[in-house]
Design a protein around this ligand. Structure first.
Ligand SMILES: Nc1ncnc2c1ncn2[C@@H]1O[C@H](COP(=O)(O)OP(=O)(O)OP(=O)(O)O)[C@@H](O)[C@H]1O
Ligand SMILES: [Mg+2]
Length: 155
């Protein structure tokens, strides 16, 4: 497991960009941790790393539940905070997106744990103090492991 500490939202975004530039269609990344932990900030970095012209569109999809960014491959950004289980996930089309081409970034994955892909890179955000965050990368599966190793090599 790789754990890093960031001291500003820019640093968190930069780590997101490092991961983003390595993601490809079919990858799933989950982002867990308390409100204000930096999950959406990290997603902005991911989009920056993959498709900089779309990074300005990144916003919290808490009410929309999902945003799609016009990158290639497409990025689907879910916020499951308000969901309660697999039926809700079906309703917002999460299950459809998982079988489509694209990259899925999921905030509050614990709400829909039965719908997640087995192979996924879990990221946990912890507030330490003020503007510091601890970010841990926990791979589940072969592909996620490969991503975690690549990230570690850049750290
Ligand atoms: N090191 C840091 N990394 C990320 N964000 C930071 C950091 N320091 C301060 N911040 C601030 O913390 C906030 C993080 O908000 P963000 O929307 O990314 O959190 P979130 O985890 O997505 O929350 P939510 O669960 O409400 O969706 C932003 O206002 C950001 O500027
Ligand atoms: Mg968020």
């Amino acid at each position: 497991m790789l754990t890093i500490k960031t001291r500003s939202s820019d640093e968190t975004e930069a780590w997101g960009a490092r991961l983003g530039s390595r993601l490809r269609s079919g990858d799933m990344v989950t982002l867990s941790g308390e409100l204000g932990g930096g999950k959406t900030c990290f997603v902005r970095g991911v989009v920056q790393g993959l498709s900089p012209e779309n990074a300005g569109q990144v916003a919290s999809p808490t009410y929309a539940l999902m945003h799609q960014y016009g990158s290639q491959p497409p990025i689907y950004h879910f916020d499951c905070y308000r969901l309660r289980g697999a039926d809700d996930a079906l309703e917002i089309g999460l299950t459809d997106q998982l079988t489509a081409d694209g990259i899925c970034l999921v905030e509050w994955p614990e709400r829909i744990s039965t719908e997640l892909l087995q192979d996924r890179l879990e990221i946990r955000f912890e507030h330490t103090d003020g503007t510091s965050r601890l970010i841990s990368f926990i791979p589940h599966g072969v592909r996620a492991h490969e991503l975690a190793v690549q990230l570690q090599q850049t750290s």
